[in-house]
Design a protein around this ligand. Sequence first.
Ligand code: AHG
Ligand code: MN
Ligand code: MN
Length: 335
Amino acid sequence: MKRISLTQHLIEAQRLHNSIPAELRLLIEVVARACKTISHSVGKGALGDVLGSASSENVQGEIQKKLDIISNEILLQANEWGGHLAAMASEEMEGIHPIPNRYPMGEYMLLFDPLDGSSNIEVNVSIGTIFSVLKAPEGMVTPTEQDFMQPGTMQVAAGYAVYGPQTMLVLSTGNGVHCFTLDREMGSWVMTQRDVKIPEETSEFAINASNARHWYPPMQRYFEELQAGKAGPRGRDFNMRWVASMVADVHRILTRGGIFIYPADVRDPSKPGKLRLMYEANPMAMIVEQAGGAATDGKRRILDIQPHALHQRVPVFLGSKNEVELVTRYHTEQL
Ligand code: AHG
Ligand code: MN
Ligand code: MN
């Protein structure tokens, strides 16, 4: 089989769809290179002294792991000097990170979850990096948080890297979803799946069921029906998987279908769900939709949500279309 590198794919996609100008290509290649470095650090584990917690908390009050901080630094440093960005934002930084004055300012803005699934670092289970690319508003001089407040439909690129048995990069620039596997010996990203599609039907769901007693009634109903299996209203048995790394769960869904849910619950109305809209839900929603799946917050399309804060949370229902539509109907019927 002919090997197509990430660079070749990006150049060909620009010729075909005119969707990846040189600056955006540079940006994606720099992010991909940073993910390679993160993958290397992750792979070192105890040998690289990268495991364990740092003595700091992030803006969400979560204890930061050493690798959260290392990955954030790798992405910041890799992307600062290339001239393709105006500003960055991250799960691990309270405010935005404008490009320092000593470097030229570009027209894109990058958001990332530098290390997703950090609870899995020590136990040697798949983790990842999620990223989203927006365009800076016309005429912007000094970037502010407000410039990032664009709905997910405005993303010009989104993707994730998953650091598992294989390191993979999954990318969309609005023309389908393509997967690249890191060739560790050559240090290059090689396309291994083109135009991935998520099956519309599924019998597999991913949810942290330990929270079930806190869920709202539509979610309780949906879950009870899944559990009832063949004997219940769904008329078939369902299987459950929960990795606790969104990247790994989404990657499974991309590969063989499924629904991933992190719902809101009654505990703290100021935190609707756990996942963050701008650098977790939006990029994953773009990937899933581009692969023929669906992504909602239980009521509306995630990509249509107008953000109001960098770190805002959102309930997430994404994956195989028919299943997402059903659980969304259960929620909207209750309105
Ligand atoms: P992060 O490590 O970036 O904070 O994200 C963790 C997220 C997501 O990856 C995963 O699906 C979810 O948290 C796991 O939540 P539980 O701890 O409730 O299982
Ligand atoms: Mn995350
Ligand atoms: Mn994270």
